[in-house]
Ligand binder design. Sequence first.
Ligand SMILES: Nc1nc2c(ncn2[C@@H]2O[C@H](COP(=O)(O)OP(=O)(O)OP(=O)(O)O)[C@@H](O)[C@H]2O)c(=O)[nH]1
Ligand SMILES: [Mg+2]
Length: 312
Amino acid sequence: MLAFSRRTASRCFTSCAASASPAPHTAHAKQHLPGLQLTADLLNQQYKQQLQFLLDSKKSESATNVFFNKTKITLEWSVVDYRKIPGEAHADEPDGSRPDPGLELQSTNSLSVKQRVNLLPEVLFMGKYNSGKSTLLNALITPSQNKKLDEICYVSKTAGFTKTLRCFNLNKKFKIIDSPGYGTKALPSQGQLILKYIQNRSQLRKVLLLVSTPIGIKNDDLSIIDILYENNIYFDIIFTKIDKVSHMSQIQATVDTLNSFLADNEYHIKPHLYFCCALSRKKDVPRQGIADLRYNLLQSCEVPLFAPKKRS
Ligand SMILES: Nc1nc2c(ncn2[C@@H]2O[C@H](COP(=O)(O)OP(=O)(O)OP(=O)(O)O)[C@@H](O)[C@H]2O)c(=O)[nH]1
Ligand SMILES: [Mg+2]
């Protein structure tokens, strides 16, 4: 089990750009002009300079979208018990009696295909129930021109719809893990499962922490942020459902809550902020913020980008 002090935890975030940059809420958010429709694109534009992985060329954007639009996605596992995850059957045993994962890593050439797949990098989607985790996952893997999402993850208005930790393999390059939402409707066993995954899973590269913007950041989100810092986990915060918010003051209040919490706890290195709208039901509200998140996933998992082939 990993237990780091808050100060040690924040040191692991030193590669994040936000540490060197001015606080987004003071530097950029106030530039929003009254009268302009608030959209995820507009907000991402305002917070763009703070990002670690900046999607700043048409070429990278197009290569990123080609990867996701053509990706083959498969449900690899779905578990309620951490030990049922392939390779984690010995997770509860004392360190000395577990098979040494280092031995596998030393000789990657001799690994079987199954072992290689087990070692792929993973990104965990976390958030309060109904924050839009499963919807965002569907949006990421659905070509942008599709009006309807390709639903590989089931979505519902009913809180607590996703009941298991579900692993999706994208083109055998990396994996996204959908999780049950936390909050009063969640089961304690689901919380334990996610905690165990965070504390033990060596393949975990990053957490995307989703916050429903109309609801804002609440105490249970702040508790999760504490856990992520204390376990040295990289994370970004994704504000979802921007289409349901019309006033910049709502965003400002949420970002202020976050910044005060980080300051009070001496978490000097701030997470990167993303804004998105994952639905494209209405003509005038397209999906937004998806390309930046796709790029973030590929960069976080070190998936190489190839420029799309030109048609002859
Ligand atoms: N307006 C709007 N609604 C959204 C958006 N994203 C998700 N929703 C809706 O929010 C509800 C919950 O979405 P889910 O994706 O199931 O949320 P979840 O976080 O996976 O929820 P649990 O599995 O219960 O933890 C659904 O009715 C979605 O259609 C968005 O960007 N805009
Ligand atoms: Mg869900």
